[in-house]
Design a binder for this molecule. Sequence first.
Ligand SMILES: Nc1nc2c(c(=O)[nH]1)N[C@H]1C(S)=C(S)[C@@H](COP(=O)(O)O)O[C@H]1N2
Ligand SMILES: [Mo]
Length: 199
Amino acid sequence: MLFGSTKPTEEEARRTPPGQRLTTGFPVLHHGQVPYYQDMSKWDLRVFGLVEEEAVIPYNEFMELPMKEFHNDIHCVTTWSKLDNVWEGVAVSTIMEKVKLKPEAKYVMLHAEHGWTTNLPVEDFLAETSFLGIRHNGEMLTPEHGYPVRMVVPHLYFWKSAKWLRGIEFMAADKPGFWERNGYHMYGDPWKSQRYDFD
Ligand SMILES: Nc1nc2c(c(=O)[nH]1)N[C@H]1C(S)=C(S)[C@@H](COP(=O)(O)O)O[C@H]1N2
Ligand SMILES: [Mo]
């Protein structure tokens, strides 16, 4: 079922930002092609930019990192919200043990497969609620939802949660990613309805 016909409970309504509707489905949204991987030995995650020394994490090494469970609500700019997601993934702090940030690192560009990007402030990336997800509601991420690794930044609109994550770049100044160049908000707070750059 995509949109529930029943009225949200008071608790659900409180957790739903302005202009959003609840869904129990999990819509698939992205620009471009879904990558289908044949050979995971070619996959890695690169952490680069304003770090003392960049890190490249191969697939096998990534999958051996400590995993944690995360519970959150997600809010897509196209007005659907999905409450009570249970994820498994790697805490951002675990990734950050592999690099030393330079003090001038203030923003992050997330790089996905095929060159798709999205930007956010470094403190939002480092938030304890942000993580690199590999499982959602008990299942491995499907190719459509970002297999093998997607970023999840639940306190911003869901377009900041890059599927098919391949790179984390630290920058001194903010720079628009793919949707941000195409009119989406540079920050994207769902509680402030920061959908487009004029909001
Ligand atoms: N690599 C990549 N990640 C992406 C996108 C994209 O186009 N490419 N779209 C974003 C948008 S606009 C949304 S709403 C969510 C949708 O995630 P889902 O398909 O798992 O629901 O992914 C985000 N992550
Ligand atoms: Mo979106």
